[in-house]
Design a protein around this ligand. Structure first.
Ligand SMILES: C[S@@+](CC[C@H](N)C(=O)[O-])C[C@H]1O[C@@H](n2cnc3c(N)ncnc32)[C@H](O)[C@@H]1O
Length: 386
């Protein structure tokens, strides 16, 4: 979706109630921020950069947008008790949205020291300065833009090439359907016609996203939205240890409208965001089943949501451990990347316990799986030898 023209009012999207897919997006963001802050609380100063912040609230019902969701963590008793401050840096280039954003964040802007900072410009103009200001602090950069403008490698370069930021993570909205629309032009770009000229303009957009068109010309399989999406994701794979596209959909029965691509170097980050996304998908599923059942709801139990089975995880866990010991959370992060939101912490625990009961793996210290960075998993001595 491209941005609507600027006529001085809020975009229609923000005038009505918050749509379901937006609620899913916010569930993922809020759920993850909660865990992220708790996990990193010993740093005390954390930063959330909302590169495309929007107006901060939905006009119709006042439900919060992403910058307010983040800023209000500063009001949580548990966060205050731990002496943590989450500084929200919110960029918004549309004047009507910016005015609403200032109003929505005013309470946190006025705090001493302030918890919110606003920038009435395109984030590309200030990202480097914000990154310099937040250096040394765990930082989550959220890029929630319409369409494909703003997610080009050149726009994200300040964060992707900033090697000195161990604790920086990103969450970027990408709609692969847009890639699909442009992919169709690859074969027409050599035509000497109006279509050929149009195709070359479209391909420039793909090249702007860092996609190597020449390499794709002879690869029929890569010229669909999934192939181009993967080409684009390489941008993040080069920078982060873990990259996961998290689906955001308005209903359990729909294809994703877009993905939030999460990039992190942290095992915990990769494992936790997948759990949060799995819960958001469960929530959508329950809504869907409840709506389907209508008045009959109380008569039947909800059918179980399809999850990846413990048996399916066992070979992957054994392969991971064949290369050496790993911490509990590292195994979970690797399984999350491999299996996506059909996998969650519970399925990991079940699979590991089954392997242990068969004497194939062990962990140490025993009983310490809740302290997931200390507990280490390994192949049992003698297991696997045939
Ligand atoms: C999808 S909305 C953001 C919604 C918000 N993140 C939320 O979850 O509540 C995108 C917003 O980004 C703004 N925007 C688009 N490109 C931008 C850029 N390069 N820099 C700053 N703001 C931008 C648009 O005006 C719009 O308000």
């Amino acid at each position: 979706m491209d941005a609507p023209p600027d006529d001085g009012s809020l975009d229609p999207h923000f005038q009505g109630a918050r749509p379901l897919q937006t609620e899913v997006k916010h569930r993922i963001l809020e759920g993850y921020l909660w865990i992220w802050i708790r996990h990193l609380h010993r740093h005390h100063e954390l930063a959330f950069i909302d590169a495309c912040a929007g107006p901060g609230r939905f006009e119709h019902d006042g439900s919060p947008g992403s910058p307010v969701i983040a800023a209000r963590f500063n009001d949580e008793q548990e966060i205050q008790d731990k002496e943590v401050r989450l500084s929200v840096h919110a960029c918004e280039s549309k004047p009507a949205h910016f005015a609403a954003l200032r109003k929505a964040l005013q309470a946190w802007i006025d705090r001493f020291p302030p918890c919110a900072f606003t920038y009435p410009v395109k984030f590309g103009e200030v990202l480097e300065a914000i990154l310099a200001q937040t250096r040394g602090r765990p930082t989550l950069l959220f890029v929630d833009t319409y369409g494909m403008t703003g997610i080009e490698p050149a726009q994200l370069a300040p964060v992707l090439s900033d090697a000195d930021r161990r604790y920086t993570e990103i969450l970027v909205r990408v709609a692969p359907e847009m890639f699909g629309r442009w992919a169709g032009w690859i074969d027409r770009a050599d035509e000497d016609s109006q279509w050929g000229r149009h195709a070359r303009t479209m391909l420039k957009k793909l090249e702007g996203l860092g996609i190597n068109i020449d390499a794709l010309k002879n690869d029929q399989g890569a010229k669909d939205s999934a192939g181009l999406f993967y080409e684009y994701l390489k941008l993040f794979y080069r920078r982060f240890r873990y990259v996961q596209p998290l689906p955001v959909r308005p209903s359990h029965s729909y294809e994703p409208k877009y993905y939030l691509v999460h990039g992190t170097d942290s095992h915990h980050g990769a494992a936790y965001i997948n759990d949060v996304c799995a819960s958001a998908e469960d929530w959508l599923y329950e809504r869907f089943e409840q709506e389907k059942a209508g008045d009959q709801m109380n008569l039947f139990a909800l059918p179980t949501k399809r999850r990846v089975y413990a048996q399916d995880l066992e070979p992957t866990i054994q392969e991971i451990l064949a290369e050496g010991q790993r911490s509990w959370i590292e195994v979970r992060a690797m399984l999350a990347v491999a299996h996506g939101s059909k996998f969650n912490a519970r399925s990991h625990r079940a699979a590991a316990k089954r392997l242990r009961d068969q004497g194939l793996i062990s962990w140490n210290p025993l009983g310490a799986i809740e302290d997931s960075s200390v507990c280490r998993l390994s192949i049992s001595r003698g297991a696997g030898a045939s």
